[in-house]
Design a protein around this ligand. Structure first.
Ligand code: HEC
Length: 162
């Protein structure tokens, strides 16, 4: 009898700790959210969950260092010069960048399909101008799929910079 009541007390105590840990996690999440918003990295509140995962990837994989996606509220991130140096392969990339402007991807879903984008992001295909992408995608296959699925939904007209 005594042992059983101790167990119940113990369980109660553990649950209390779990609850307070959850509370802390919530507070931490709120702090992170506010910090993200303050640094301009927040995703638009209207985006669906899948979109938000893709937009987060787009930022985590630094696609937004080169690309805007105006329709999704993504503007180009201005990375500090020092941070850009020292990163693998960037020297070449930054030189080439001057020649070809990375397009706003707001309308990429109109002219591209899943196969093309999947291959393009892995530098397996060249575009009509004979150029391959600047960056090879380095994430997991499911991350690539999340990104590609989202890119295909982007069908807003974009002004051609010519
Ligand atoms: C170093 C700069 C840079 C980074 C980083 C970069 N891109 Fe690009 N991207 C470009 C440039 C430049 C082009 C245009 C290529 C051309 O026309 O030759 C391009 C083209 C594209 C296109 C093709 C658009 C079309 O209609 O053909 C897609 C899609 C794309 N990028 C997606 C991404 C994604 C997703 C990421 C992140 C995983 C990314 N890019 C990261 C520079 C970059």
């Amino acid at each position: 009898m005594e042992a059983a009541s101790i167990t119940i007390v113990e369980v109660g105590y553990r649950m209390q700790r779990i609850v307070s840990a959850l509370g802390l996690a919530l507070v931490a999440a709120a702090v992170v959210a506010v910090a993200l918003m303050a640094s301009g990295l927040s995703v638009p509140a209207t985006a669906a969950a899948d979109d938000q995962a893709a937009i987060k990837l787009f930022q985590d994989k630094k696609c937004n260092r080169c690309h805007e996606v105006k329709v999704a509220g993504i503007v180009k991130a201005k990375a500090p010069k020092q941070e850009e140096e020292g990163e693998e392969g960037d020297e070449v990339v930054l030189k080439e960048e001057k020649k070809v402007d990375p397009p706003d991807l707001s309308g990429v879903g109109v002219k591209r399909d899943a196969d093309y984008l999947t291959n393009w992001l892995q530098k397996r295909v060249a575009n009509d101008d004979g150029r391959k992408h600047k960056k090879r995608f380095t994430g997991k296959p499911e991350e690539l799929k999340t990104l590609v699925d989202w890119l295909l939904t982007l069908k807003s007209p974009v002004e051609e910079k010519k």
